[in-house]
Design a protein around this ligand. Structure first.
Ligand code: FA5
Length: 332
């Protein structure tokens, strides 16, 4: 029996040494040491031996099994290291590489979307404005008709900045404060869009980011009606997405617009995507900016650019947009 054990052991070690993949090592391990393995089989036969023989053969068998186990572990570690090296080599990205006929870099997907939308709106006669990402309470909330203790303030979980008096300085929670800045600086008529980064203290998931992007649109002129709002939304969605897309408005609430509506776009397959909020600029907001609501009226809307970009390019998880993985970024 000792000879048989040695033969099985040598055979198993030879197979281990020749194994080229982790899977084939696992196969040898199971053939020799598994429940029905060749070496395990000898264990069952020990009972048929005399006590002296059993001791000797038992020792031989234990040593044999330990030797095969050690060979298996060593080969497995070797192959795993090799596979890891090969994978890393395959995933290696040379960030300094300039490939012929190809630009060294390109704009991020969200930046591309911002530039395209700016083109659409500039084509409709709008100007582009910007505002600061660190805002004061006046522009982010109070001038937008959020009452001091109004629950609507809690609609947007705010990151407060440790400057000034408590809760006075915030990371802007939307691009609507830029409406206020534009109206403070400029007399109507106003036709302006305001893209930018916004911040909310919320848990991130596939459809929510804590840092994301919005585009705000503001029109203030004489005789502006809800019809102009609906028409502008429909026109820009068709210009951006294509003629197969249409839009709809649903009643909603925002302190700075009255009436207010959320707007969705309909994809050619018939499904709806919620894009943003809209409404007629509230008279209090116009007054807060020194504009006479008896003479002027306006509409505004604002929507999420990350969701829009993700939808158009089939990105299932918004968090991927914040990825620094060049293999993801290179796709767009
Ligand atoms: C607003 O932010 C309003 N300022 C919009 C508005 C502007 C209304 C002008 C009226 C007039 P809301 O909180 O619903 O509204 O956000 C608007 C859009 O931003 C959402 O529809 C969604 O597309 C996007 N958005 C909101 N939260 C997140 C988030 N955490 N991650 C990614 N996108 C988000």
């Amino acid at each position: 029996m000792i000879e048989d054990i040695r033969r099985c052991t040598d055979e198993a070690r030879e197979r281990v040494a020749g194994a080229q993949t982790v899977d084939s090592v696992r196969a040898v391990e199971s053939d020799a040491l598994g429940k029905r393995g060749t070496l395990s089989g000898f264990k069952k036969r020990l009972g048929t031996l005399s006590e002296a023989e059993r001791r000797e053969v038992g020792r031989e068998l234990n040593d044999a099994m330990a030797a095969v186990r050690a060979a298996v572990e060593a080969r497995r570690a070797e192959l795993e290291a090799g596979e890891r090296r090969a994978r890393l080599r395959g995933e290696r990205v040379d960030l300094t590489e300039v490939r012929p006929g190809r630009d060294a870099g390109h704009l991020h997907l969200v930046t591309q979307v911002i530039e395209e939308l700016e083109d659409v709106f500039v084509g409709l006669g709008f100007t582009v404005a910007e505002g600061p990402e660190v805002e004061d309470d006046w522009h982010n909330f109070t001038a937008l008709n959020f009452g001091e203790h109004h629950p609507a303030r809690e609609m947007q979980d705010t990151f407060f900045v440790g400057l000034g008096s408590p809760r006075e300085v915030v990371m802007r929670t939307h691009t609507s404060p830029v409406q206020i800045r534009v109206m403070e600086q400029q007399a109507p008529p106003i036709y302006s869009v305001m893209p930018g980064r916004v911040y909310r203290n919320e848990a991130t998931d596939a459809t929510h980011l804590a840092v994301f992007h919005q585009l705000e649109c503001l029109v203030v002129d004489r005789g502006i009606t809800f019809g102009h709002l609906a028409g502008t939304i429909d026109m820009f969605t068709k210009a951006f997405f294509g003629a197969g897309f249409s839009s709809r408005l649903r009643p909603s609430y925002f302190p700075f617009t009255e009436p207010s509506a959320e707007f969705d776009i309909q994809r050619p397959d018939g499904s709806w995507l919620e894009l943003g909020g809209s409404g007629m600029v509230h008279p209090n907001v116009l007054r807060n900016c020194g504009i006479d609501p008896e003479e002027w009226s306006g509409f505004a809307f604002g929507f999420g650019l990350d969701r829009l970009a993700a939808t158009r390019h089939g990105v299932g998880d918004l968090r991927e947009l914040a990825s620094t993985d060049i293999r993801f970024l290179e796709q767009f």
